[in-house]
Design a protein around this ligand. Sequence first.
Ligand code: ATP
Ligand code: MG
Length: 630
Amino acid sequence: MGYADFHRRSIEERDAFWAEQARLVDWQAPPRQVCDNSSPPFSKWFAGGTLNLCHNAVDRHVAAGRGDQRALIYVSTETDQEKIYTFSELQAEVQRMAAVLKSLGVGKGDRVLIYMPMIPEAAFAMLACVRIGAIHSVVFGGFASVSLASRIEDATPKVIVSADAGSRAGKVMAYKPLLDEAIRLSKHKPGSVLLVDRGLAPMERTGGRDHDYAPLREQHLEAQVPCEWVDAAHPSYILYTSGTTGRPKGVQRDTGGYAVALASSMKDIFLGKAGETYFSTSDIGWVVGHSYIVYGPLIAGMATIMYEGLPIRPDAGIWWSLVEKYQVTSMFSAPTAVRVLKKQDPAFLKKYDLSSLRALFLAGEPLDEPTAQWIADGLGRPIIDNYWQTETGWPILSICNGVEPAPSKFGSPGKAVYGYSVKLFDENTGEELTGAGKKGVVAIEGPLPPGCMQTVWGDDERFVNTYWKSIPNRLVYSTFDWGIRDEDGYFFILGRTDDVINVAGHRLGTREIEESISSHPNVAEVAVVGVADSLKGQVAMAFAVAKDASGLTDEAAKLRLEGEVMKLVEQQLGAVARPARVRFVTALPKTRSGKLLRRAIQAVCEGRDAGDLTTIEDPSALQQIRDMVQ
Ligand code: ATP
Ligand code: MG
């Protein structure tokens, strides 16, 4: 079946389509109904079915006689460790962790917050939670006390699993003091804290509350903890969005729909097969880490690489050396990581044998054409952009080569993925924009496919009001991204809806201007924001990082480069799109997940308060811009 028919069937014969996909996972009791959409926008997938995510990710592979195959490959260039766990070993470790969590009183439906560096115990803890029906909430280890405290308060965990420290570029980052401070700040207090001691940083323990994992694990070496069969709609986890646009939302995910969506995506999008190796360079603190470091690859019976470290340490060839060593077949990373590599010697991309690699998948942010071209040329392997959100849990737009091979188009993440009825709407009138070349808000018609968010944790009203009420006269899910579709059905994401700039009545996406600027050979990355202007309504302001800044020693040199860039934009997009200024900085403010914080740059440029900055990576990058514009 061609992809167009496959997609059409997923929408028009929804239940039959997903009933087939549901066979990719093991059910204890089969579902009675495929999709219960009786109270939109809430939908329930695979009602009546019972299953367990950990069983599907681990136990069933052991039961199928694959216990000796690799499951988890842990590589840390921070602590110089490499450790491989087979499916049987993983099963044993998960049961030990599950037994310890149970001994601390964790049961079905209880929340467990996981604040961990990229170590195997983090994955054990996630799998142990879903094994016993507990709901995990992983908080990225790079967050400090305030961000952590707000998530503790919202998720109200019974237990927090943490560690003494993480490590970044060889520098130890102590976690425990941040955790203690977060618990102090939070109105909710966990009953227990379970601590993995890596021997990196000293830890103060609070008696009665804090427990070391190692001795407890010793007590449960032979633990047999059966999988708790849960309803398909039972929440598997809560994960907060990246906070690029404001206060993070607690995305609540189900169990059955998620398992099915991941299993099918591994086959049809990520081209993964049991026995092969998958490498996602993300962090378990992000949705990509949940879906494509832990659950997706393991459900597919693949080995998954969990990597702690930077992409450029010991050198910029480290990732590719792992691809060669472990014969990685699918790899997943982010444009922000590629831009880091782009500042390094491209020879590293050619140093290793990458013939095992079917494709490098990239997601998380717009993939600009020069960056895509650079990495495609360097690796000589296919690059596949895919677009999705924490909320959806798996791709909305991609190329589904597992269904039917199709070409990628640079600058586009591809077509609507099966299961998603993706449409464009005029944000002011709610009119549906059909046909090619029309810009609108990217939205999804309900019911959302399996795997997507069920609701905002503890706040159904916020779920409905935030996502389903933003487009006039419609009950559709808004992505809050702005896009355009071409005549072949490929979408192009033009930026977030609040990143649209209105210059003298012309509506421009920041993305379009950024693309144009980054096509200059000496621009590594750039952020464009709209700034209020009394004459034109708004003007575009650009902040760029030069690839080679050695020539930018004085103002005259900067102005020369600025002039070149402006001319380029004018040639490519026209005079209206030409930014008012292009300023050169050494770094751009980003979230911890590597996304540009345009709203903060915009606020600073307009002399406003920068708002919630708890998820910012490097505050000095924003300060640089503040100093510049004042
Ligand atoms: P918050 O919702 O809290 O403001 P966030 O939107 O950054 O944070 P995520 O769910 O991590 O949180 O990111 C999803 C967003 O990332 C998308 O809505 C889109 O703006 C952007 N994005 C992801 N993948 C792509 C892609 N391939 N191309 C363009 N943009 C992408
Ligand atoms: Mg978002």
